[in-house]
Design a protein around this ligand. Structure first.
Ligand code: HEM
Length: 123
């Protein structure tokens, strides 16, 4: 198994991750309102991870606000964060191994903890 080496690998990871998330009965409804602009959403997520891994400058921020806004109509509970992270870690481990794979897992955990603390006040 190889590491995450380029944007193509990021796309593969993010697509596989959402294949799982959108089949999850608790997570899928949170993404329901995103369906009509899915392409826009997913490209931003590719950019987000590509930027963290390869410093491409392709993501310019605003993710906190996006989650706060959705939280107002579809609460992003601690339980949902745990499920989200479990899929992210499982998908990464299924597809890749190495320094970058480790990085995206630990970065997701770190950001997830910050978001969860901000939204649910228990961090
Ligand atoms: C409970 C866990 C989470 C849920 C349910 C969730 C859900 C969502 C939703 C509904 C959106 C908006 C999609 C749209 O544009 O319509 C979004 C955007 C996004 N999420 Fe999450 N999220 C979670 C955790 C995380 C974590 C831990 C990360 C990163 C480590 C993350 C990264 C992103 C990014 C990069 C975007 C795009 C933001 C933008 O458009 O600028 N999410 N998420």
């Amino acid at each position: 198994m190889k590491d995450i080496e380029n944007r193509e690998d990021v796309v593969k990871l993010v697509d596989t991750f959402y294949d799982n998330v959108l089949k999850d009965e608790k997570l899928a409804p949170v993404f329901g309102p995103s369906a009509e602009h899915w392409e826009h959403h997913i490209v931003r997520v590719y950019n987000f991870w590509e930027n963290w891994l390869f410093q491409t400058g392709s993501y310019t921020g605003g993710m906190m606000w996006v989650h706060m806004e959705r939280h107002a109509t579809h609460p992003l509970t601690t339980e949902l964060f745990e499920r989200w992270l479990a899929y992210w870690i499982t998908c990464t481990d299924t597809l890749f191994t190495g320094k970058n794979a480790d990085f995206v897992k630990s970065k997701a955990l770190e950001i997830g903890q910050i978001l969860n603390a901000k939204l649910n006040g228990n961090g």
